[in-house]
Write a protein that binds this ligand. Structure first.
Ligand code: NIG
Ligand code: FE
Length: 391
């Protein structure tokens, strides 16, 4: 039997339910209480009106918000790329080719090493408030190595993405068509049972628009839903392909034409921005303001991977998005919670409203705005997942 708990004395509660609180997208309630029962939220409102419960927990005048939904990471890997980062910070440019270094290290690693690395990064993210985390394959690039990556990932998260099409496997570099045939054939058959999503890195040096369409269409025929690495390093067809295929998300969106922005604004594909990648590759920021003003739905995620963005911190990404991408603190917090949920087509997470999963973060601060106002400060004081305090 579950028991109910009221978290009272919350200075600012972010519900992401506009019908609650102040009517804004964040559904803010001041001087709030939140009641959870088992793994669900059952009530949210003003503290003075909280119903009777079995237990009470005093939030001490701090802020509570939904756990972060990080809809884009690459956590099944071995090795690191410190030397490449160092070279980049000395002026070298980032290119998709660095992925090969991690492919070699990942292939050479044992299952136990890969799983320990994955679990360590998920735990690191959880301590920073991430209660839902998508993760991908993409550093194996053989039938065995890709399916092993997905099997390991599926043991730790429900949001698993097959990214056999990260780059052309080095041993088939001279025959990309043969690699696409493998990714859409034998590799897909071995991987589909372990994944919910299929992704392609649509970029110069990786896969072009026609290859991406073929790969995503083949995945869809096996029951996987598309998402795309699009328009990260250059302009290209990825974003419009994403909208055409009703991908849940087009990720990166750094180089966009007006037609790309219009496509995102008119379709159901979320624009997922990954500022850790621009930070770590010293690249031009994606323009979140332009997307939001056009009416696109924006998510913010870490892209945690050893090459282009080795951070698991959503709060860090929120701070970057506010400082450098034209987002308000409210928009960035929405994007990192409800936006991430939209990018995973989930309605049970990313909000704190009756019926949603009790995934929440208690901040050592009176409001969510402090995530951007106090960058780099470890403000996450408590984390609950499915009603259980986990950090
Ligand atoms: O999302 N863009 C492609 N994939 C990763 C980078 C992977 C790597 O450099 O290892 C990304 O940035
Ligand atoms: Fe990525």
């Amino acid at each position: 039997m579950s028991s109910s708990t009221a978290i009272i004395n919350i200075a600012t509660l972010v519900t992401n339910d506009p019908s609650l609180g102040d009517g804004s997208p964040l559904g803010l309630i001041q001087d709030a209480a939140l009641v959870i029962d088992g793994e669900r939220v059952v009530w949210a409102g003003e503290s003075s009106r909280a119903p009777a419960t079995d237990n009470r927990l005093d939030a001490g005048g701090k802020a509570v918000l939904p756990g972060f939904v990080d809809s884009h990471s690459h956590l099944v890997f071995a090795g690191d790329r410190t030397a490449e980062f160092n070279a980049r910070m000395s002026g070298r440019a980032y290119s998709a080719g660095g992925i090969r270094t991690t492919v070699a290290a990942t292939r050479a690693a044992s299952d136990a090493e890969l799983e320990a690395n994955l679990a360590r990064h998920l735990a690191e993210a959880l301590r920073q408030g991430t209660t839902t985390m998508e993760t991908k394959s993409g550093y194996g690039l053989t039938v065995e190595d890709e399916s092993r990556a997905l099997r390991l990932a599926a043991a730790h998260t429900d949001e698993v993405t097959y990214l056999g099409a990260h780059i052309v496997a080095p041993e088939l570099a001279e025959d990309p068509a043969a690699y696409v045939a493998l990714v859409t054939g034998e590799m897909l058959d071995a991987c589909a049972p372990h994944a919910r999503w299929i992704d392609v890195f649509c970029e110069k040096g990786a896969f072009d628009g026609d290859q991406a369409r073929a790969i995503l269409t083949a995945g869809r025929a096996k029951g996987l839903h598309p998402r795309i690495h699009a328009n990260q390093l250059s302009y290209g067809p990825g974003v419009q392909l994403a909208v055409e295929l009703d991908a849940a998300s087009a990720d990166h969106c750094t180089h966009l034409t007006d037609a790309d922005v219009d496509a995102l604004a008119s379709g159901d594909t979320v624009a997922t921005l990954l500022p850790g990648a621009e930070f770590s590759t010293r690249a031009e920021w994606p323009n979140a303001r332009r997307l939001l003003d056009a009416g696109a739905t924006v998510a913010l995620s870490t892209d945690c991977n050893p090459g282009s963005s080795y951070t698991s911190s959503v709060p860090f990404c929120v701070a970057l998005a506010v400082r450098d991408m034209g987002m308000t603190p409210d928009e960035a917090v929405w994007a990192a919670t409800a936006g991430g949920a939209a990018a995973l087509r989930r309605t049970d997470v990313g909000r704190l409203t009756p019926g949603s999963r009790a995934d929440l973060v208690l901040l050592d601060a009176p409001s969510h705005v402090h995530l951007a106002y106090r960058p780099g400060v470890p403000l996450v004081e408590g984390v609950w997942r499915a009603g259980v305090r986990v950090a």
